[in-house]
Design a binder for this molecule. Structure first.
Ligand SMILES: Cc1ncc(COP(=O)(O)O)c(C=O)c1O
Length: 359
């Protein structure tokens, strides 16, 4: 059997959720964001592991929500982008889902829908991200229309930060000020905090937090941050050395000869490639762990294989275990080396089996 696999530590997932709860504050609740197949960790298994303690879940779309319902997840599930077509409202009602409303056409659809039960709606403000959400000038009117529709049981006021992962940036404070002004006088719960806002912005109010990346144990920050150091990596992406080449100085390795040995070198070939989700653009020098010892990627990443430097690791060879990210090599460090973010590394994982453990 091909040795490439992703180990998923569900106990670490629960630890991280508890940290998110703790950071949310005593009276606040936390929706575990399990969209995009729980950032590549398997939405059903992750939601099942969290279901006894999570206040609810958040997903990107109704397809993801229905997958959770079909697997027996019975708690609240929020659709973070709401519905994409008015016809989804019947399913939202039938499966007791909560929905974001971010646009006028969604408001109209709710007004016109024939619903037997009122909905739980999260009304989204564009406080400066400029992606989705109502303009501040239209926010109060949207709230009043929703209330007046007689179709909603509860409205939560929400917005999303664009730069909360930059700890020395004032944009989150500016967005908060826009939010506070837009919601003035509206007596409703609010939801503002994602992972970076939970970890790095303790003064931001939020009755409902929406942690995503931190649940999976990766920091959203590029620099070290004290609270983030309490996170436990959930995914370990690993494989084994399947072949070894002893090369003299001056020999190229892999496609495009992107690496040329500067000295006599031992090159390990590992069963892992970009078809498994390992980033093709990870350059020579990207950290890996080989039998617990730090080393580096060398040369170009192929579809099914990549090459690592064994030159200074004499005890290693065919069968040596290679960790690409996990507890020994942080995904956030790999992401920095590869010019991406841990979110994308996790979401891209495919083909490899996900192997779950509770301990
Ligand atoms: C609206 C919304 N809330 C929360 C999250 C979770 O963010 P994070 O993974 O940074 O915690 C996302 C993720 O993109 C989102 O779009």
């Amino acid at each position: 059997m091909r040795p490439a696999r992703a180990l998923i530590d569900l106990q670490a997932l629960r630890h991280n959720y508890q940290l998110a709860r703790e950071l949310s504050g005593a009276r606040a609740r936390a929706l575990a964001v399990v969209k995009a197949d729980a950032y590549g960790h398997g939405a059903v298994r992750c939601a099942q592991a969290l279901q006894d303690e999570a206040d609810g879940f958040a997903v990107a779309c109704i397809e993801e929500a229905l997958q959770l319902r079909a697997a027996g997840i019975s708690g609240p599930i929020l659709l973070l982008e709401g519905f994409f077509e008015a016809s989804e409202l019947a399913l939202i009602e039938q499966h007791d889902l909560w929905t974001v409303v971010h646009a006028g056409w969604q408001l109209e659809a709710i007004e016109q829908a024939a619903l037997k039960r009122p909905l739980n709606v999260w009304l989204k403000l564009d406080s400066g991200m400029h992606r989705v959400g109502f303009h501040p000038a239209d926010y109060q009117a949207a709230y009043r229309r929703l209330l007046g529709s007689g179709k909603v049981a509860k409205i939560v006021l929400m917005s999303h930060f664009s730069r909360a992962d930059e700890l020395d940036c004032s944009r989150s404070d500016e967005q908060l000020a826009v939010f506070q002004q837009a919601r003035e006088g509206l007596a409703a719960e609010v939801s503002l905090r994602n992972s970076p806002a939970l970890l790095g912005w303790p003064s931001i109010p939020s009755d409902w937090s929406r942690p995503g990346i931190m649940l999976y144990g990766a920091t959203p920050f590029e620099q070290a941050q004290e609270v983030a150091s309490r996170l436990q990596p959930v995914m370990t992406l690993e494989s084994k050395v399947i072949s070894v080449r002893d090369l003299p100085a001056g020999e190229p390795v892999g496609y495009g000869a992107r690496f040329v040995s500067e000295r006599p070198s031992r090159v390990g070939v590992v069963a892992m490639g970009y078809a498994d989700g390992y980033p093709r653009h990870a350059p020579t020098g990207t950290p890996v762990l080989i039998d617990g010892q730090p080393s580096r990627i060398i040369g170009r990443i192929s579809m099914d294989m990549l090459t690592v430097d064994l030159s200074d690791l004499p005890g290693t060879g065919v069968g040596s275990r290679v960790e690409f990210w996990g507890r020994g090599v942080l995904a956030s460090d790999v992401a920095v080396a590869a010019g991406t973010i841990p979110y994308q590394l996790f979401c891209n994982v495919r083909r490899v089996p996900l192997i779950y453990s509770e301990a």
